[in-house]
Design a protein around this ligand. Structure first.
Ligand code: DX5
Ligand code: ZN
Length: 222
């Protein structure tokens, strides 16, 4: 079993000192940097777009995990890839033609991710699992950082792990929202591979040590 990945979410960083925050991520044991793109339509909030992703790309040495919480993401896939995204994740709920969008992402050379809102069951992905590189299970309602973890996510992680095993898929399960040291272990035990952590990392007195502590958790209990 490969070691799990930690993806700090830049949304919780101090944007007045963005380069310092990114340098911390570069020095840390973080595997990916998670970037939340919000459009004020799919979610109520607005964050940043490809210009900021492109600036972050120039500073960050880790792969960029770009989480598009936007309507019609197919209009921007190439632009975010060009800006430097390594993983591009779109929402199931925003894509009536999800198969097409997943393949559009893969054609750019990026890893294709699909995110599911907390109320969306994992079996909607049953016929697409073999094409997806990352399944992002939202453990909060998307739109804001610092929310409380929704515990119904855990059975979804377990169920998805079973589904991936059946088709022998190497897709990664990512948990996003309200994740921190208090629930990281239980998520890894359920079968998560990537833990996104915003406020629990950037709000910690020592963000780098918090990343190291999350990375040090052992996921093998069986
Ligand atoms: C929520 C975003 C998350 C968020 C996580 O809409 O997709 O990535 O940044 O932040 P925390 O870890 O603070 O819940
Ligand atoms: Zn996110």
């Amino acid at each position: 079993m490969p070691k799990h990945k930690i993806a700090p979410s830049l949304l919780a960083a101090d944007f007045t000192r963005l380069s310092k925050e990114i340098e911390m991520v570069n020095r840390s044991e973080a595997d990916w940097l998670h970037l939340d793109v919000m459009d004020g339509r799919f979610v109520p909030n607005i964050t940043f777009g490809m210009f900021v992703v492109e600036a972050v790309r120039r500073l960050c040495t880790k792969p960029l995990d770009v989480h598009l919480m936007i309507v019609e993401p197919e209009r921007y896939v190439e632009a975010f890839r060009k800006a430097g995204a390594d993983v591009i994740t779109v929402h199931y709920e925003a894509c009536p033609h999800l198969h097409r969008v997943v393949h559009q992402i893969k054609e750019t050379g990026a890893m294709a991710g699909v995110a599911l809102n907390p109320h969306t069951p994992v079996n909607v992905l049953e016929n697409l699992l073999e094409d997806i590189d990352v399944v992002c299970l939202m453990s909060v309602n998307p739109g804001f950082g610092g929310q409380k973890f929704i515990y119904q996510t855990l059975p979804k992680v377990r169920r998805l792990r079973e589904m991936l095993t059946v088709v022998n898929s190497p897709a990664l399960i990512e948990a996003d929202g309200g994740v921190g040291l208090q629930n990281a272990e239980v998520l890894l035990r359920a079968g998560a591979d990537v833990l996104v952590a915003g406020s629990s990392v950037f709000g910690a007195p020592d963000p780098e040590a918090t990343i190291a502590a999350m990375k040090a958790l052992n996921e093998v209990w069986l």
